[in-house]
Design a protein around this ligand. Sequence first.
Ligand code: SAM
Ligand code: SF4
Length: 379
Amino acid sequence: MSAGFGVYIHWPFCVAKCPYCDFNSHVRTSFDEARWVAGIVRELEAIASRQDMRPPVESVFFGGGTPSLMQAQSVGAVLEAIARLWPMADNAEITLEANPNSVEQARFREYRTAGVNRVSVGVQALNDADLAFLGRKHDAKEARHAAALAVEIFPRASLDLIYARPTQSVEEWKEELRAALSFGSEHLSLYQLTIEPGTAFATAHAQGKLTTPGDDHAAALYEVTQELCEAAGRPAYEISNHARAGAECRHNLIYWRYGDYAGAGPGAHGRISLGAQRFATQAERLPERWLAKTEELGSSLIWEEISREDAAREHLVMAMRLAEGMNIDTYERRWNASLPRAQMAALTAENFLVQADGHIAATPRGRLVLNRVISELAA
Ligand SMILES: C[S@@+](CC[C@H](N)C(=O)[O-])C[C@H]1O[C@@H](n2cnc3c(N)ncnc32)[C@H](O)[C@@H]1O
Ligand code: SF4
């Protein structure tokens, strides 16, 4: 199966910086949006100009930051540029991440008109106290409204929630997750709160002012998440991602099946195959420096060739996150490498790995020690 080709657009601006977030997001109050859009288009042109063969675009993903702060006209202009540079696959998935506070009915409808057919709403929590703790600029009522609107307006919708918050009980999370499932979105991304270095939460954590659930409690929360989503017909297809069959995020599947993707915008990264060579691209992270580079040089991207060994390992790391696992034949032919059969047998005997239909996949037990499983397979 070909992993396909996607385009990622990073919009780096947010209304406020959430205390847990280490994404490349920046608070800026006034800027000339058209200049930023022009920079993104130039960076996309620079990528396309290196590709002799321009593959069809199966997915476009506007991520952030907060792309729902973009004017619909800007989203439309980027989509037009993409369609000019690459052939668009029929029914290409066009996703935009939206924050509930920046969402209003008019803009949602305008995004839909501009060509967005999938929205990912950052609900994060469904009670006001936890939303305030997470530093969110919306309340639970707005989150519910945005979720309902997303399901109504877009053919496809996903909701993001963060769980395993300090003091969150299993019962509280079950109730909240049931409510999130009741909105009827085909897809949910459910992340355990992670303390990321350099964030305000990391400082509070280091000072003992913030504690996260211990391993046993986190495991119990993870388990009920799997149970409730499975019972609601949205089983996990990746560690944190749950969907109805056929409603998996095609964009993320491109990453996890180790396909190619162009990445434009501050801090965006990409993976592009040119002939037999595979390149990692990295855009300048700081927004103003990124803008200056796109205006002076056409693009801020640094291209670095990935060795075959590194690419093979990266493929393994990505694919083993998926419930479907990795196709053995595809991997071995692509990298001209053999997976270690003795280690595979040992991991299978220990119930860390399953082998079926030409795939290897981590079992639920294996997923808890995924780094070890990958290290043994990559040995
Ligand atoms: C790019 S971010 C956010 C997109 C959008 N700006 C928002 O805030 O909803 C994508 C998702 O990552 C998750 N996330 C970010 N930082 C996290 C952390 N430290 N722990 C757990 N989940 C996190 C959140 O659920 C978030 O919706
Ligand atoms: S979580 Fe979203 S809104 Fe909050 S700072 Fe990160 S990207 Fe911005």
